[in-house]
Design a protein around this ligand. Structure first.
Ligand code: BZD
Length: 823
């Protein structure tokens, strides 16, 4: 039974006090009153009431850190996929129940008001959401930490379907401002671009000076990040770009009214929109400028803070500042720090390089070749001429001093390790730059970190065997259990200590109840209630009717061939076909639920969305199959929708080709909420199986070695097509007009791709997947066995608490310690 109640955040307000605060803000901050206020106004008034605590926390945390010689970490990420903040902030401050009761007293529904908040979708997928979970954990662990990113005007596009096809609409997350951000004009920075480099001779010494031809202003917007318990409130600092001179008065006065705006419009495009590609390198000038803009503004900010605390003596800079590169997107920060130290602060190259390497660490999130960033040398030379010189210098010293010493005279290895890739157009390899300029490189799950060493950087690993390490990803249990699954959280609280959202290992206490009939009943009743809620969401969003008694089988992630949503689709078609052939085919009713956005330029991904929508339309309207099968593609999948769906999920689809999914984090969220994983031995699935027990997950398909062997032998997808009648039949189905009446061939591209190339070996894994799905069906019918497996998942996932990931980074990579803010 629960004992340690004091460990949960303690509310610092009573219900009447909270009510009073909300009303005060409704009247004097929003200028409205109870009878007239819109839901949005109520939302803003609650946010203002919450912010009274939050801002106090920001000040306390700042004062605690100010001027102290404590090492801090700076998490540089082009993406932070925050979702909504209100419910999370209320939970972390221990105010949720108070606010709920206060709003009920005021005749309002808190849960409806929460729906008013737009998602802060400043990220594409896993990498961006990981950054959001990590800053939650850094604040919760009282670590001196700051997140740095871009204040995009438009986040990831809103997805609509038109006749089954994805249409992208602009995201307007701050059309009417955002309640959480604070503009800090006093901390703005200037960022230089373009121009040329001059060599200046002074007192017999030469010095490089960059003469930029354009400058941008970087304006910081701070989002407070409330740690669980509310003790520390850290900051996410997002940079907005503006023209250096907002308005050219000379042009204006001479009659060029519109021209006067031109420069500001151009400058503002830098933070205008998030690039919607995940796992493909964009290669565009504006993207490079985005990367440099936020890296340079962030480093300047770190410098400013250091100097205001320690003066101009930078000798302790590296000792006091850690910087984490979230993938290679901020890698240009490495030559930027070198430029500041050498050109502006007068350090020798050797000392500057020692400091730079001691400062940076790099996280790799992918092995896919198309995702590894390479910039045309000519482009970097044009936009950042001094940085290109510095990269040349870093490279030549690295090749001459370190590579030559290890492999004397070996030009092949030099060519492979060079930061500059030779070819008809020379390219700068940002992965190599990041690895060379960092003291530590980590992958995001055990298998992935091994592959980083073995396949991506084998020589660098031989050169620096201690540089490469693993930090398995994690998720914050505050958002991904306590806030999103209140029913399960209250059930859990009846049986384990109340501080489980902080110490997730406490859930292991539930293992003893995994076979307890009464607990199983309560646990499955929670799942059923969550599913019933979600039935309504499906109806509202798609008009599709589904039963909460069916298995909710869920695949939610970006649409990508390597994630193999089309493997799921082929299996759905096979089930449908079996039901048509034999209406008595024994199948527990199943609802397949998809949520996925495709990069706007990714043709095949969009064809797969179209195919799933068309197959869904046919199946959902076919009375012959007696509602045994439904397919739902939820439009506009995003964090706030995931928060509703994950608690209602039974089956978690994690079916990437082995070796391709670096980690996955949706797999952790679903398993924690009691979904059974059907998955390959890939990414963190392997560790989930280890923790939850192999009996409590369904693993299938080729492993990394099998994939390599098949590739070496020569993969012939058409062989699988020819030798499996069912597979052949469903693929051939795509050619006709069965799913696209009157328009045969609309889905042929998916079939053609699978038979002719199938880069991610969908056909090779089809049979094993189909068998694994039978195991899911059988297991689900055994109510006790299913409940047991689900409970074991919830009880065993402590390893995937992002607090543990951050503790690993803090101890092994950043070497920083907690500094709890004084009350
Ligand atoms: O990062 C993802 C990986 O695919 C997942 O396996 C992993 O769990 C998460 C977190 O480590 N990678 C991305 O999400 N990558 C991107 O979103 C991205 C965005 C822009 C450019 C390149 C990649």
């Amino acid at each position: 039974m629960a004992t340690n109640l004091s460990a949960a955040p303690q509310p610092q307000l009573t219900v009447p006090q909270f009510k009073e605060s909300v009303l005060k803000h409704l009247h004097s901050t929003l200028g409205t009153y109870e009878e007239k206020a819109s839901q949005q106004a109520w939302n803003q008034a609650i946010a203002a009431a919450i912010n009274e605590f939050v801002y106090d926390g920001v000040s306390r945390t700042r004062k605690t850190h100010a001027g102290k010689g404590t090492r801090a970490v700076h998490y540089l990420s082009l993406e932070f996929l925050m979702g909504r903040l209100m419910s999370n902030n209320l939970q972390n401050l221990g105010l949720y129940e108070i606010a709920d009761a206060a709003m009920t007293d005021l005749g309002q529904s808190l849960s409806d008001i929460l729906e008013e908040e737009p998602d802060m979708a400043l990220g594409n997928g896993g990498l961006g959401r990981l950054a959001a979970c990590f800053i939650d954990s850094m604040a919760t662990l009282s670590l001196p930490a700051i997140g740095y990113g871009i204040h995009y005007e438009h986040g990831l596009f809103r997805q609509e379907f038109y006749k089954g096809r994805q249409v992208e609409r602009p995201d307007e997350w701050r059309e009417f401002g955002s309640s959480w951000e604070i503009c800090r004009p006093e901390s703005q920075q200037t960022v230089k671009l373009y121009g040329y480099v001059e060599t200046v001779y002074e007192q017999g010494q030469s010095r490089k000076v960059w003469r930029p031809s354009r400058t941008l202003r970087a304006i910081p917007w701070d989002i407070p990040i409330v740690g669980y318990g509310g003790q520390n409130v850290n900051i996410l600092r997002l940079w907005e770009s503006r023209a250096d001179k907002f308005f050219d008065w000379d042009v204006f006065n001479s009659g060029g009214y519109l021209d006067a705006y031109a420069e500001s419009v151009q400058a503002e495009t830098v933070s205008k929109v998030l690039y919607p590609n995940d796992e493909t390198e964009a290669g565009k000038e504006l993207r490079l400028i985005q990367q440099y803009f936020f890296s340079a503004a962030s480093i300047a900010d770190v410098m400013r803070r250091y100097k205001s605390a320690h003066g101009n003596d930078l000798s302790k800079f590296a000792e006091l500042n850690a910087m984490q590169l979230n993938d290679t997107h901020p890698a240009i920060a490495i030559p930027e720090l070198m430029r500041i130290l050498v050109d502006e602060e007068g350090f020798t190259w050797h000392d500057a390089w020692t400091m730079t390497r001691a400062t940076f660490a790099y996280t790799n999130h992918t092995l896919l070749p198309e995702a590894l960033e390479r910039w045309p040398l000519k482009l970097i030379e044009k936009v950042l001429p001094r940085h290109m010189e510095i990269i040349f210098e870093i490279n030549s010293r690295f090749l001459q001093d370190e590579v030559e010493a290890k492999w004397p005279g070996d030009d092949a290895v030099k060519r492979k390790l060079s930061i500059i890739e030779e070819g008809s157009a020379q390219m700068v390899r940002m992965g190599n730059l990041s690895a060379v300029g960092s003291h530590t490189v980590n992958g995001v799950a055990q298998i992935h970190s091994e592959l980083v060493k073995k396949d991506l950087f084998p020589e660098l690993n031989a050169l620096w065997p201690t540089k490469f390490t693993n930090v398995t990803n994690g998720i914050t249990p505050r958002r991904w259990m306590k806030a999103c699954n209140p029913r399960l959280s209250s059930l859990i609280e009846k049986h384990v200590d109340a501080d489980w959202p902080r110490y997730l290992e406490k859930l292991s206490g539930l293992k003893a109840l995994a076979d307890d009939a009464a607990f199983q009943k309560d646990y499955m009743a929670v799942k059923q209630a969550n599913k019933e809620d979600f039935v309504k969401v499906i109806r509202e969003l798609t008009g599709i009717e589904v039963s909460a008694d069916a298995i909710f089988d869920v695949q939610i992630k970006r649409l990508h061939e390597y994630k193999r949503q089309h493997l799921n689709l082929l299996h759905i078609m096979a089930l449908y076909r079996r039901l048509l052939i034999d209406p008595n085919y024994d199948l527990h009713p199943r609802v397949f639920i998809f949520g996925a956005k495709a990069a706007p330029g990714y043709r095949l991904a969009k064809e797969i969305i179209f195919a799933i929508n068309k197959v869904a339309e046919k199946i959902n309207n076919d009375v012959r199959i007696n509602n045994k099968l439904k397919v739902v593609f939820l439009p506009n999948y995003r964090v706030s929708l995931a928060e509703k769906l994950i608690p209602a999920s039974d089956v978690s689809e994690q079916i990437s080709l082995a070796g391709k999914e670096a980690s996955g984090t949706g797999n952790m969220k679903l398993a924690l909420n009691g979904a059974i994983t059907i998955g390959t031995m890939d990414g963190a699935n392997i560790e989930i199986a280890e923790e939850a027990g192999t009996d409590n997950v369904v693993i299938f398909g080729m492993e990394v070695d099998d994939v390599e062997a098949l590739l070496a032998k020569g993969y012939q997808p058409a062989d699988y097509y020819r030798s499996n009648d069912e597979l052949k039949a469903v693929l051939d189905w795509l050619d006709g007009d069965f799913f696209t009446p009157g328009e045969p061939g609309l889905l042929s591209e998916v079939k053609r791709n699978l038979i002719e190339s199938d880069s991610f070996m969908v056909l090779a894994d089809f049979e094993a997947y189909s068998e694994a799905q039978k195991k899911i069906d059988t297991l689900y019918r055994d109510k006790k066995a299913w409940a047991r497996a689900a409970i074991m998942n919830t009880a065993s996932l402590a390893k995937f608490n992002s607090d543990r990931s951050i503790q690993d980074y803090a101890e092994n990579i950043w070497h920083i310690k907690a500094v709890p803010a004084k009350s």
